[in-house]
Each structure stands twice: as structure tokens, then as C-alpha cells.
Design a protein around this ligand. Sequence first.
Ligand SMILES: Cc1cc2nc3c(=O)[nH]c(=O)nc-3n(C[C@H](O)[C@H](O)[C@H](O)COP(=O)(O)O)c2cc1C
Length: 192
Amino acid sequence: MTVFKIGVVTGSIRQGRLCPKIVQYIVKLIESNTWQKDFALYTIDLKEWDLPLSTESTIPAMIKRSDDYEHECTRNWSKEIYNYDAFIFVTPQYNWGYPAALKNALDYLYNEWANKPAMIVSYGSHGGSKCNSQLEQVLTGLGMVVSRSNPEIPFPTRKQILEGVPENFNFDDIAGIRNHILLSTEELISNL
Ligand SMILES: Cc1cc2nc3c(=O)[nH]c(=O)nc-3n(C[C@H](O)[C@H](O)[C@H](O)COP(=O)(O)O)c2cc1C
């Protein structure tokens, strides 16, 4: 039986980011359920990749093989993304959009993303709906098959930002979020 590989992309790279906490919750939640298809989740940490702003001269959509890119970092990034069958993008909302590091990581490539299922989990004080829909548009532009229902986690709230996020914060306490992530994952998997 095929074991699909799903990459979980961390949208934030800033010092002190909350993104890994949310990725950890999502991965644990998905892994603790049973699914109709066999798959494994892998975190793709943009902070570890530390990609510079892309300066490739050829439009990525024109490139069919990883080795045809100019720069070594692009060739490595291309091979990494070719590896996966689907993606979960976990992104904070920054000034009503999603982080520049995530846009840069996406714009590096094209065919590596195209035709693959994608799901978005956004977060922010009101769930990050604006960055969620902006990212949905961009992923659609990349030819990805984006889930129709993408969870928005209202975290961190303004109060949490002012007073500090509790160390042992339980995302299950946010009404409906657990079910929404599971339903969206089901849709993602059905598109594999
Ligand atoms: C540059 C920047 C812009 C932000 N803009 C928004 C925003 O538009 N809406 C919102 O709800 N939160 C906003 N926030 C608060 C973030 O939701 C919060 O800091 C969150 O922890 C960011 O995710 P991260 O810690 O993984 O980077 C912003 C934070 C930063 C650093």
C-alpha cells in the first residue's frame, strides 16, 4: 500500500514564534486519528531552510527538473518539495496577509507544488481569515488542489499577546477547532 507523504509547512520564521506549538498540536491531532489512506506527516520548517529572497532568472513554471535551477539552494528546495504528495500550510496572519518568508518559499518553485492537494491552517487574534483567503488564492494560482474548508485558529488573542500565552495552552479548548482540522484533513486526504 502506498504511504503518502504530507509536508507540514511552518509559515513563521521569527524569533520566539508560536508556529511550532500550533504545528505540534495539528500533527499530534492528525496522527492520533485513523484514516482511510496511509500517510505520514513531515514538518518542513522554513526557519531551518533559511531561504534567501529568490533571485532565479528563469520563471519557475518553465523549469521541469530540479537540476535546471541556477542556485544550489533552489535545487535543494525543489527536490525537497517534489518529495511530498500534499501539504498543510500553517500560517500566522501578519498585517492582514501571510508572512513574506512563506510567499518567498512558494514563489521559488511552481511544478513542485502544482496539482498537489493543500490545506491551510491560519491563526491570529480572529483566526487570520484574511491571510487564509489570500493564501488560498495564491495556492490556487500555483495549480494546487486547495481544501474548501480551511481552519482558522483564534490564537493568540489580544489578551494572550498582552498577558502572555500560557505554557500549557490547550488548543482543544477552542470551540470547534479540533473537528474543523480533522474534517479539513479528511478533505485533503480525499484529494490524494
Ligand atoms: C509583523 C506582525 C504582524 C501581525 N499582524 C497581525 C494581524 O494582522 N492580525 C492578527 O490577528 N495578528 C497579527 N499579529 C499577531 C500575531 O498573530 C501573533 O504575533 C502570532 O504569534 C504570530 O505568529 P508567530 O508567533 O508564529 O510568528 C502580527 C504579528 C506580527 C509579528
